[in-house]
Design a protein around this ligand. Structure first.
Ligand code: RIB
Length: 307
């Protein structure tokens, strides 16, 4: 069983600001950095660090070579990445003094994935394999349809949310991972139970993860529902917390761990991630996640990283 992430790769331009810039305002950033990111890349790095065998497919555009190198350094297979003649996808990220972020995305190369590339890549995968997707790529509906028809398990993080996502056939999806905002955009509801009831009634085969930041996360399947508390942490930067959760959760699932363990390792990994700056660079190793069993240890991880 292998995992194929047909996903975005971004150059993240990160600006540390006192507050998010307001309409008409010009704001000086305290610091600026460029770092590897993209929901797809972050998820692949988290999956690989957690111990999964993951193949990342997508497009490398102009300026994106370092993103492929980063995937390879982390043990992600990259033979299904294609080079395209367009600007690498990128993101402009403001991080405020509370660690919250807001993001403007430019799809660039991530929106140059063609149906032919999808068909060719999927030829190398079979019904035992899993497909991981986010909404930062072109031809998303085609990918879902093709993978589902092959019998692959499809995992979707519908982020960033767009209106067309309301019309997807979620019967083709095995796991849906949303945050509170995406849950509301999709169902009109904010409470996890209500979100689940709506989705479960319409799509009985779908399983759901709803993450709620510091308020923890819910996991629902037709057999069980689990609430996982968030590990308390001093928030430095929430970027990639959801991607880290996704990667660590799925690694556990694909290795057959009990749901509760999958949720716990995902919550630990994303807690460590928010205690550090950056996206892919903030994702912890399996050893860091494993060793984290108490608040004191979390403080140590945070301190060690900051030193
Ligand atoms: O989820 C975080 C990611 O969202 C960032 O790395 C940025 O590239 C955007 O895609």
């Amino acid at each position: 069983m292998r995992i194929l992430n047909f996903g975005s790769l971004n150059l993240d331009y990160v600006y540390q600001v006192e507050h998010f810039v307001q309409p008409g305002e010009t704001l000086a950033a305290r610091e600026q950095k460029m770092a590897p990111g993209g929901k797809g890349l972050n998820q692949s790095v988290a999956l690989a660090k957690a111990g999964a065998e993951v193949f990342h497919a997508g497009c490398i555009g102009i300026g994106g070579e370092m993103l492929q190198a980063l995937l390879e350094e982390n043990g992600v297979h990259t033979e299904y990445l294609c080079k395209v003649d367009g600007l690498q996808g990128n993101a402009m990220i403001q991080v405020d003094s509370t660690g919250e972020n807001c993001i403007i995305l430019y799809g660039g190369s991530n929106r140059m994935i063609t149906k032919e590339q999808i068909d060719e890549t999927l030829e190398h995968f079979s019904a035992e394999d899993w497909m991981v997707l986010q909404n930062e790529v072109s031809n998303l509906e085609y990918m879902i349809d093709k993978a589902a028809k092959k019998g692959m398990k499809v995992v979707l993080n519908p982020s960033p949310f767009e209106a067309f996502l309301e019309k997807l056939d979620y019967n083709q999806i095995s796991w849906l991972l949303v945050n509170e905002v995406e849950a509301r955009q999709l169902t009109g509801k904010t409470k996890a139970d209500a979100v689940w009831n709506i989705l479960h009634e319409k799509y009985p085969g779908l399983c759901l993860i709803m993450t709620m930041g510091a308020d923890g996360a819910y996991c629902f399947t037709s057999q069980e529902s689990i609430y996982q508390e968030a590990f308390p942490v001093e928030t430095v930067d929430t970027t990639a917390a959801g991607d880290t959760f996704t990667g660590y959760f799925l690694q556990g699932m694909t290795k057959g761990l009990p749901l509760k363990e999958c949720m716990e390792q995902a919550a630990k990994a994303s807690a460590i991630c928010v205690s550090r700056e950056g996206a892919a660079g903030a994702i912890p190793t399996k050893a860091e996640v494993k060793n984290l069993s108490s608040r004191e240890e979390l403080d140590d991880v945070t301190r060690t990283d900051a030193e």
